[in-house]
Design a protein around this ligand. Structure first.
Ligand code: PHB
Length: 397
């Protein structure tokens, strides 16, 4: 065990609970089943390249609770936090801490596909109710789907598959694909290629660097010498901001158009002009012209002093989904069947637009085409209406 991590996690937990006393006085799960506090474990990245994503998810989750006066089904919600550092090696211990020590009623996590896969192993083994608020690992709602595991975000395939057709449709017939070498980058690459090649496009080269490295320069030099019609990438968070700036500094911005899925989320204030015009596909856009989105963005900005993004929306919808489950059973966490049935049939009134769950527990949703205009991911079209992930190999038992 790493004592440094343990101490930090303990401090985070204590802060979230409002004091160490709250940690000691936890009732056994059975006694808490219908009364007392509902315990939610947030396992998210609060440090490293995805820190901003983790914070936005937590903020979104808390915003929904704030709207409900901090209670769901009449029960106060207590949050326990763990910084997963986007490190798969630390994931088994971090997950076990929330499930076995803290005995959470709901496990929420995480951003990074590799960490989410490790969490999934334990949530499946223990039957803990688990909502994935970002990580797009296809298997979580595919071959490893499970009744107690839900996702409120996307699959890595789903968010970017429609981009391939769009890029080819713009007359760009060749592309270089660049990403980190880990599950999400690989699955996003497969998704983009499927759409692009089906439309008639050709991938000239695939470039990788280890997660979470940001030494982009040699790869940008290579791209300049390959001279594709388009560059398509999967990066996100702080590294995404650096990639956008490095791409412009390498003189590529006005020569080869850059496309992605989440690249431009949550970082537009930091990158300024370098991001202008970049087109991306995702299941949300800042400018979505819907009453729910306007209200959400206003409330979020008031509560947290920053602009909402897709990750905040996913956090908000995670709380909404849990509310649908727990309210259907009047707060009785032992009524597992009732909770799961209500979550399966929930109609989520999201800032992204209304969505429902697929049989594999992944959102069926519109994928928007967005373009960066100023500091906004402006919606300029729908890249694919009501897209469901194929959920290959999912047998719900
Ligand atoms: C993932 O690891 O699944 C992941 C991370 C960040 C994103 C999207 C997907 O923006």
């Amino acid at each position: 065990m790493d004592s440094r991590i343990n101490r930090r996690n303990f401090i985070l937990s204590a802060t979230a609970l409002g004091g160490a006393a709250a940690i000691g006085g936890v009732l056994p799960r059975s006694a808490r089943a219908q009364s007392g506090k509902l315990k939610v474990g947030l396992m998210l990245p609060y440090s490293g390249t995805y820190a901003q994503l983790g914070n936005a998810i937590e903020n979104g989750f808390r915003l929904f609770l704030l709207e409900r006066g901090g209670r769901l089904a009449g029960r106060e919600v207590e949050i326990v936090k763990v910084d997963d550092e986007s490190d798969p090696a630390k994931a088994p211990e971090n997950t076990s801490r929330l499930i076995k020590r803290d005995k959470v009623d709901l496990l929420v996590g995480t951003v990074h596909t590799g960490v989410a896969m490790a969490m999934l192993k334990q949530s499946r083994e223990t039957g803990t109710l688990h909502i994935i608020p970002n990580a797009g690992a296809g298997a979580a709602t595919g071959a490893l789907c499970a009744p107690n595991v839900f996702r409120t975000s996307f699959t890595n395939w789903q968010a970017i598959y429609p981009l391939g057709k769009h890029v080819y449709g713009k007359g760009q017939k060749t592309a270089v694909w660049i990403t980190w070498k880990y599950g999400a980058g690989e699955e996003a690459g497969e998704g983009f290629k499927e759409g692009f090649v089906k439309a008639g496009g050709r991938i000239l080269r695939e470039l990788h660097l280890p997660f979470p490295q940001v030494e982009f320069q040699p790869l940008l030099t290579e791209i300049a010498s390959i001279r594709p019609d388009a560059v398509v990438c999967f990066f996100a968070g702080a590294a995404g901001a650096k990639f956008i700036k490095d791409y412009a500094a390498a003189g590529l911005k006005n020569k080869i158009p850059l496309y992605s899925s989440f690249l431009t989320e949550g970082i537009l204030d930091a990158v300024g002009n370098a991001a202008e015009g970049i087109e991306t596909t995702a299941h949300y856009g800042d400018s979505l012209d819907m009453k729910k989105n306007d209200e959400f963005r206003l409330a979020y900005a008031k509560a947290f002093g920053s602009n909402a993004d897709v990750f905040a929306v996913q956090g908000y919808d995670t709380a909404q989904l849990f509310a649908a489950g727990i309210e259907a059973v009047k707060g009785d966490v032992d009524d597992r069947k009732g909770i799961i049935a209500a979550m399966e049939s929930a109609v989520i009134d999201s800032p992204r637009g209304v969505w429902t769950m697929s049989k594999a527990h992944n959102p069926i949703q519109d994928i928007y085409l967005r373009r960066v205009v100023g500091n906004e991911n402006k919606v300029v079209g729908i890249a694919h209406k009501a897209l469901a992930d194929p959920a290959l190999g999912c047998r719900m038992v």
